[in-house]
Design a binder for this molecule. Sequence first.
Ligand SMILES: [Zn+2]
Length: 317
Amino acid sequence: MRKFKLFFILIITIFALQINPVPSIDGTKIIIPNDFSGELKYENYSSLEERIYKFDNVSIIGKDQSGIYNMYCIELGEKEKPTILVEAGIHGSEWQGTMYSMKFMEELRDGTFPDKAFRNKLLDHFHIVYIPVVNPWGYDRTIPMNLFSGRYNSTGTDLNRDFYKFTQAESRNVKTKMDEFKPFAFLDIHMMQSNFDASGGNNIAMGYGQTQTKQVFDSFAKLLSQYSGQSITKWRAPPYENPINTGLARTYMRNQTNPYTPYTLSYIIELAKPVKRTTGLDAPLSDSQIMKYGMAGMYLFFYTSIMYFEEYNNNIK
Ligand SMILES: [Zn+2]
């Protein structure tokens, strides 16, 4: 009888863990919503613009280098509050990142976000700035399951190498917002090919800004790994000794100061995207996994960034 009871408890525990993974960082229990979902379907830029204009606070941050497309910034929460910045689509071929981040922001806006308390905390105490597509020219020309089409902008520039010289309108427009709002946390959303050398054979890769914030990054990555069941490749912080060697958006951002924390958290996240190859479809993550892990990654980005913020600011509870 006792054995049966123990067995029963074990089954319940396993079941509960599967519904709501409850890992902990620094003694804090965190329950990551399990119902992140949505359709992952490419839509062209003009159709995306319709979704962008459904937000109350939308502004045009400038034209892209081609002069054809407007670039947008969506704001949630009050401008006077500490800023958290999220960008996607710096490589237009990585459109899935725009789709899942847009869904995340729409749920925050509409109150359909699965963690109501967290949503209220975010919108009451912080200012979210979201740039859904940094490279609209590439985004509008990409072929959904193609590897690189639309990666570069109209002049063939990799914008995620231009955040040092700022030769392109797109990177200058984003820099203007980074400098204006001085975020304490920044997330740059990408997608990668499954056999990308630097991904180390994993379907999720993440990078961070500076060794001084490595602990926060490690918590972020560990929680996402526990949630998704995926191993995560961790990229080291960009070196300081040769700042020109990369021109990465996250390098520029981590070098900036902000009024709230000693360092500016600065991350890149990459999920493996589906690619049609001559050998057939290569999709290590399903569309629903991309949606779910992408949104959970954003949730954990906000969550761990706020924990870091609260270490230095006692006014938010
Ligand atoms: Zn990319």
